[in-house]
Design a protein around this ligand. Sequence first.
Ligand code: ATP
Length: 599
Amino acid sequence: MAEAKTSELMEKIVSLCKRRGFIFQSSEIYGGLNGFWDYGPLGAELKRNIKDCWWRTMTRLRDDVVGLEATIIMHPRVWEASGHTSTFSDLMVDCLLTKKRFRADQIEPQTGTAYFYTGAKDKTNGTACENAFAVLVAKGKHPDYARKVARQFYQLCGLAEPDLRGERTEDATQTTRYNPENGALLTEPRPFNLMLKTYVGPVESADNLSYLRPETAQAIFAQFKNVLETSRQKLPFGVAQMGKAFRNEINPRNFTFRSREFEQMELEFFIRPDEAVAAIFGSVAQPSGPGHPGEPQPNWGWQLWHQYWVEERIAFYESIGLPRASLVEYWQKPEELAHYARATVDILYKFPFSKRDEKGELLGEELEGIAARSDFDLSQHQRFSGKQMAVFDEELKAAWPKLQPANQTALRDAYFQARHRYLLKLGEPAEKAEKQARDDAEALTKGYYVPHVIEPSAGVDRLALALICNAYAEDQAPDDKGNLETRVVMKFHPRIAPIKVAVFPLLKNKPELVKKAKQVRDLLRPHMSVFYDEAGAIGRRYRRQDEAGTPFGVTIDFDTLGEKGPELKDTVTLRERDSMKQERVRIDELVPRLVDRTR
Ligand code: ATP
């Protein structure tokens, strides 16, 4: 029941997105392209507002984060260093009957009776096909179903009238080997690299093979030294970037949630390794409990920085209108963590299409991942490029000689162990790894280390979809005759609403009203996005803006012109979208009031 309701809700949302110009299928006139989406006039404004809010929060309002805008295509070695060339793949399976492709981990386990066939012979000419095939038949379904599907399979193999061979059955419990849509056997899972390939230059040769970036983050690592040297930043500090990313997803689905072209907003926040913090400050501050740990302190190690960014990011989502109760803070289990990650928290939003737990509660789907990635990324680029990624820390150099010898030994050992583990894991020969790790530990005592990083990585499109789902509401509102009707209203937070204010002259055939309304529009326009609308009954115009999610409406009527006396002259009606309350406001108060409520 709950699921039927949520899929109905999703259908309404998808249809509103098209009808009102939030999101269109890419290349729709040619039948669309799976996994690609275009943003219409309202969607484009929404996305821009999301990105502006993120950029402002992450860079302009902070001293310790700077921006970067790098290219989409980078040197292919970048993707070898990051591990994407070798490991950025999902396991995929194909339906042997329809050839439809699935991500292996997304197949729902099924139970039933599996019918196996060793092959088939064509009744018309005796040709044989010896390909094995199987069909899963759910309990209660007739066995003839398996035979029908198997015959279709052998027809595809070229037999006109297949006579099935070697039928045998077996009970199957919680199996993921069959297509949930038709019961046909799937291929064995095999890895599929998600990077989209292209060639740079006129020759399509292996030497010119390049990739469209599957994430924006790697450019930040590749440019780390340039940014450090030009920005006058010192650790801890961050580099933020947003932009397009591409993944050849096996199953794009859930509207824009899993697309093949999308935008990311990523921060790499570089910090000292804990051994350096301990050497400088005597110890590393530890988290004292859950929640925001407060203003950053110099003696924070990776754990507090990680906790800080998780809380900052949740606060960001709340500041643009996602209620805390719609978000889930999911701590990845040790077995789910990437080998280099010390901790990863996914921030999930309870989309209507999310899976549910046994109590029927929505579990949520990922909006953002916040990972403590150790010094893996910069170390990898150091190994692959041969360029130093270590920084020199004056404070560490000064602090080291003042440490007790026992402390020096303990910190040097801990650092050696961490570097040694990393080098062995990445396949360095034992002897080389040992020597390199010793050199790295020695360098630490002189003030050098490769920075560690905390990475909050979010998707613009997923956030836009979450904000659209969260905003969608239906309530009752009076029409022009005062009768109640169902109203669709997009309750966007004013900060991210595509249009902030709509301006309406009460009647379009009264030149004085139109003139005044256009003056009000021009007064507001330099400060916010304004939509001017003079067509149709005022109630209908309000309703159109409710669907667009415009938080404020300003109506210019005869009172504005002073027809009811001087006290109402140059006042307008200000209508609030959610409460539908209307109040009289002086025109010269509009800018400060609306600016205050939409920033
Ligand atoms: P998922 O597990 O859902 O595939 P991921 O863990 O691979 O996501 P990351 O590599 O951590 O995702 O990317 C960071 C963010 O980029 C995600 O949290 C998400 O918001 C966004 N993102 C990743 N893949 C896609 C996609 N195919 N379509 C839209 N957004 C995406």
